[in-house]
Design a protein around this ligand. Sequence first.
Ligand code: GLN
Length: 487
Amino acid sequence: MLSSLTARELRDKIAAGEITSRQATQEVLTAIDHLNPQLHAYNSIFPQRAIEQAEKIDAAIKRGEKPGLLAGVPIYIKDNMCTNWGATTCSSKMLENFHAPYNATVVEKLQAAGAVIVGKTNLDEFAMGSSTENSAFGPSKNPWNTKCVPGGSSGGAAAATAARLAFGGLGSDTGGSIRQPASLCGIVGLKPTYGLVSRYGLVAFASSLDQIGPMTQTVEDAALFLQVIAGHDEKDSTSWPDAIPDYLAELKTPMTGLRIGIPREYFDVEGMEPEVKAAVQGAIDWYKSHGATLVDVSLPHTKYGIAAYYIIAPAEASSNLARYDGVHYGHRTHTPQDLYDLYAASRGEGFGAEVKRRIMLGTYALSAGYADKFYLQALKVRALIKKDFDDAFQKCDVIACPTSPSVAFEFGSKGDDPLQMYLCDVFTVTCNIAGIPGLSLPCGFSRNLPIGLQLLGPTFSEKTLLRVAQQYESAHEWSKKKPGVCA
Ligand code: GLN
């Protein structure tokens, strides 16, 4: 069974001629046919295109060419990244029939590295949510327990990786959307430093927070994907200009003198499950017994993180989503009375409830007379949160904390109360607010549902985060456990 291989292992076997990309791709497509009706991890699948791509890679390998870091490996992308084939829906009725005229930079990079994109995964509408229950096309299920959510917004992506319906892929993270579903589905998720990965062709939610990153079975695979997608892109003005390190080579460098910061504010939060706290504490103890020094750090403005995030993200969203008016972009109502009605009815029909809520919150926070009180105030908090991290990283190399206060919860259990859902992001939003990288990896189970350990580092410390994560991963079996619903 190929599904027991990691992306790196599969790539090596394909390169060595032990197996063809066509075989691997066919096996993944068959598994998707079999399990996707149950999990709804994918919004769209490209069987014919994927097989053609796989055959091209096989032919290139036969000719003795070196076709790239992910040559022949079947992967997915989240359905909010533009492709010049198929639809890019953002799981919204608004974009149900949107066909982008170009590829996102990450898509170009994946293809240049030989990856075979088999499909696009489900998400909360426009990436707003923590459970995929906001998808206009129905939620994804958690492969560990299909009564439970896979997290969100990249829930389809996390479910696809966990159920081995691809050898990993890309999600996007504005306030936790890579790390929280990774935690709830027992996989590795990395949100890179803001600016490390190009956002060109990622449908914008909150442009100052959005980042694309890998969602994989192992830390090594996360390094592999990051190697492929990171680096400067002149099509994204916020893209970092410096050369990127060799993440894969760095993984092999032994670690010494590691200082891990333990932020006290991340362990005493209302609603945090004791099993989550215990598992994360267990992982921290493991680091200590393997030579790390634990440092007590304080991030005092953490308690304002959710409030600041739910002003800044909706403010930016209200502006970014103005383009969906049935004229420039998106769904258009059929029988408008007049021009105003065309806009109002198109937006009314195209957007779901949560997206409308965010647009209204954001418009309010930016409106004359209120912008100072809400939006500008939130920006001040943003500066303080960033300073908290700068101060903490004077004393430590990485910070360890939980990714999510709970394991996967049941469908409908938070659906009626948006505030309950927003609290899922309590440990993840500050990382986006500060622009620093964050990684989630499995560190235990509770009620047979995975628990995630979150590692945070200063800007551009991905190589350190990956090394620290891999050290723990290689000494534990968590990543090898397979969920009940799995290829
Ligand atoms: N759950 C958060 C929200 O609803 C984060 C989403 C994201 O990172 N895209 O906004």
